[in-house]
Design a binder for this molecule. Structure first.
Ligand code: FRU
Length: 310
């Protein structure tokens, strides 16, 4: 376990109802799955889980629910030593996802149900003593609140001369969330969103995003599925392609992107890796994640192997 200050992961936690299926179900049929389970999900929540399994100190900051069904999520956060002491709680039922995993391919299909579940606000965030953390990670959502939270971290750094680093997981709503990018140190930009923008490669994505961001440009990291990932260190205008790891089997791809994110944070913050090496490590964490169900096997990953860039 590292002695570095905790990482604060800001975002959602939801219940994932997962079934493992022989093949993808046909519409309007009644069938049995091979297996199934519930687990805690949600982007920032999964990032917390994987960071913790890698050995980081972690706190999660998101809206918790007082409903009985949510108890399993709280117990799981507790059991793993993921702090939740600053989270507000609502009476509303928690969001959930129905997840279909297909055994043959390991593909995951997510149907998410949110029902306007409340999101944490800037006021909630301001109750936290930011001095406790070395890194704050945000999901790019609810931009009007998130932008105030990010600015609060920057202001804290300015006033106290501290250097809390800020990362952003950017997966949806390009126009709304774009203003968040220029306030962060690292932005991980999803290939799905890149394709929606008409950007055809990680290189095109890194440079196109960099040219859209103001006032200062963060380092941009772009995972691109099985082909690997790329990064652009905008401070020195250095672009690097990082080859993917070929896992020996693909079993469960649910949360692979969140595992990449956690691997990147861990390598950059705790292992103090260079940007391309951190992306290489993130590839390894994501590649290892998909070889088994859930996340616990990530604890067995050897952290000191070498990784390749091209
Ligand atoms: C995976 C995930 C799931 C959750 C969904 C929410 O990245 O975090 O755990 O159900 O995305 O969009």
């Amino acid at each position: 376990m590292t002695t570095a200050k905790p990482v604060l992961c800001v975002g959602c936690t939801v219940i994932d109802f997962v079934t493992i299926n022989e093949s993808f179900p046909t519409e309007d049929t009644d069938r049995r799955c091979l297996d199934g389970y519930w687990q805690r999900g949600g982007n920032a929540s999964n990032v917390s889980t994987v960071l913790r399994l890698l050995g980081a100190n972690v706190e999660f900051f998101g809206m918790l629910s007082k409903s009985n069904g949510f108890r399993v999520l709280l117990d799981d956060l507790d059991r793993r030593g993921i702090g939740t002491q600053h989270c507000p709680k609502t009476e509303k039922d928690p969001p959930f996802s129905s997840v279909i995993i297909v055994k043959e391919t390991g593909s995951r299909t997510i149907v998410h149900c949110n029902k306007n579940y409340p999101y944490i606000t800037y006021e909630d965030f301001m109750k936290i003593d930011l001095d406790r953390y070395g890194w704050v990670h945000f999901e790019a959502r609810h931009a009007h609140e998130t932008i105030k939270m990010i600015k609060a971290v920057r202001e804290h750094n300015r006033i106290h001369g501290s250097s809390i680093r800020i990362s952003l997981d950017f997966e949806t709503m390009f126009e709304k969330n774009l203003p968040l990018c220029g306030l962060c140190n690292y932005v991980v930009f999803s290939s799905e969103l890149a394709k929606q923008q008409g950007w055809k490669s990680p290189r095109e994505t890194c440079y196109a995003l960099a040219s859209s961001v103001k006032p200062t440009c963060p380092s941009i990291i772009c995972p691109w599925g099985s082909t690997g990932a790329a990064c652009l260190d905008t401070a020195v205008n250095e672009f690097t392609n990082v080859a993917a790891l070929k896992p020996d089997r693909i079993v469960d791809t649910l949360g692979a992107g969140d595992s990449f994110m956690a691997g990147f944070i861990y390598a950059t913050y705790v292992m103090q890796s260079s940007l391309p090496d951190a992306v290489g490590f993130a590839n390894r964490v994501a590649g290892h994640k998909i070889t088994d169900f859930g996340y616990d096997h990530i604890a067995g990953l050897q952290k000191d192997d070498k990784f390749t860039t091209d």
